[in-house]
Ligand binder design. Structure first.
Ligand SMILES: *Cc1c(COP(=O)(O)O)cnc(C)c1O
Length: 396
């Protein structure tokens, strides 16, 4: 029987058969090339763009956690998504979720389009794909929950629809990590990860992954991979391997903190919306309970005004104002000018990313300190607002 996911973060079911002097931490093979024992012979490793033992170990761990047969480790999440796009040719059409990571939208709009690929954006959580499928449609690309609006798409239902029409279903699983959700089990063909986020977990290395359970897709991707070369370096592979060992405890703790913060934010007068799928009133709550093992630790909230949102960013100290997510540190960001700055304003507003929207990646600090920090920030905010009203409503 396969071991539980929390154990698979730490141990492969099958070790690689090499002893490595009994090393418990997988060694870093910091070498670009490998010598051949003789003419026509190979150790199994020739050149690190194609294979490297440390990277291979990481790829096996990620494949195992996603229940895939192959995982490719790349130098960043965007490198993974750019490589994924090599599966398509000029003239192809993709249906993509309207609310995606800003960098994915930028890649599709500003690079893939130039290469002759066209896109239709829809709200995959709530719209049917059928009427959007064209003769040249090849794939559906989604995130669930989405970034930053936390829409939840039914992966199994979407996979069934894609299959009926011969389309690939590609899921960016960065937000939940394989610890909480496994899209391949629900019928997806390809899973994307920014390993920079929860898998690495320490805001100290960039990485990306493509994971599949189909030999034909894996073979095509492996060819693009060795040919284009955005592979993950041995040392960074080791950092991500090390990060993954604590993925389970980090995800559980971050989720517990996120739930407490979501509940706390709900009690604040100046907060108009709290969007966290762990809250029972979230429209995707029941679906996520069925298709995932957790709700994650990303939450989005809106304040009464743009000024209040910017004031929060100016007042935080323990919580840092920074892009990115999924690390041990709690970070807060302003999607309108940061993660989603390159998304056209009308698209942004249509998706609900207003100028009073903030996104928080909840870390694993002691939640009492996170809540104390928020108490202080909101207390200052409320007294500023009162003062502002007394001074004749002047904005500070
Ligand atoms: C960060 C992120 C990416 C891009 O990954 P990088 O490692 O920053 O290149 C892709 N998708 C999602 C959902 C992300 O959060």
């Amino acid at each position: 029987m396969a071991r539980e996911i929390g154990t698979r973060c730490i141990h492969l079911d099958e070790e690689d058969g090499k002893n490595h002097y009994g090393a418990v931490s997988y060694p870093i093979y910091q070498t670009a090339t490998f010598a051949h024992p003789g003419v026509g012979q190979s150790t199994g490793y020739d050149y690190s763009r194609v294979q490297n033992p440390t990277r291979e170990q990481l790829e096996k761990v990620v494949a195992s956690m996603e229940n895939g047969t192959d995982a490719l480790a790349l130098s960043s999440g965007m490198a993974a998504i750019a490589l994924m796009m090599e599966l398509f040719s000029p003239g192809d059409h993709l249906i993509v979720d309207a609310d995606l990571y800003g960098g994915s939208i930028r890649l599709f709009e500003q690079i893939s389009k130039k290469n002759g690929i066209s896109f239709t954006s829809i709200d995959c959580c709530c719209e049917e794909i059928e009427s959007r499928i064209r003769e040249n449609t090849k794939a559906v690309y989604i995130e669930t929950p989405t970034n930053p609006m936390m829409h939840v798409t039914d992966i199994a239902k979407m996979a069934a629809a894609a299959k009926r029409h011969g389309l690939l279903l590609i899921v960016d699983n960065t937000f939940l990590s394989p610890y909480f959700q496994n899209p391949l089990d629900l019928g997806a063909d390809l899973v994307v990860h920014s390993g920079t986020k929860y898998l690495g977990g320490h805001n100290d290395a960039l990485a990306g992954f493509l994971v599949t359970n189909q030999a034909e897709i894996s073979e095509r991707l492996r060819f693009f991979y060795k040919t284009t070369g955005a592979v993950l370096a041995p040392f960074d592979s080791w950092l991500i391997l090390r990060g993954i060992k604590t993925l389970g405890v980090r995800m559980e703790r971050a989720q517990e903190n996120a739930m407490a913060i979501a509940e706390w934010l709900k009690g604040q007068k100046i907060v108009t919306d709290v969007i966290y799928p762990g809250l029972p009133e979230h429209p995707g709550h029941a679906l996520m309970k069925r298709q995932a093992r957790g709700f994650g630790a990303m939450l989005t909230f809106r304040l009464a005004s743009k000024e209040a949102a910017l004031a929060v960013l100016g007042k935080v100290r323990l919580i840092q104002y920074a892009e990115s997510l999924g690390g041990v540190e709690t970070l807060i960001t302003y999607p309108a000018t940061q993660t989603h700055a390159d998304v056209p304003k009308d698209v942004r507003e249509k998706n609900g990313i207003t100028e009073s929207t903030l996104r928080m990646s909840v870390g694993i600090e002691d939640k009492r300190d996170l809540l104390a920090e928020l108490e202080r920030v909101f207390c200052e905010l409320n007294s500023d607002t009162e003062k502002g009203t007394k001074d004749g409503g002047e904005k500070s």
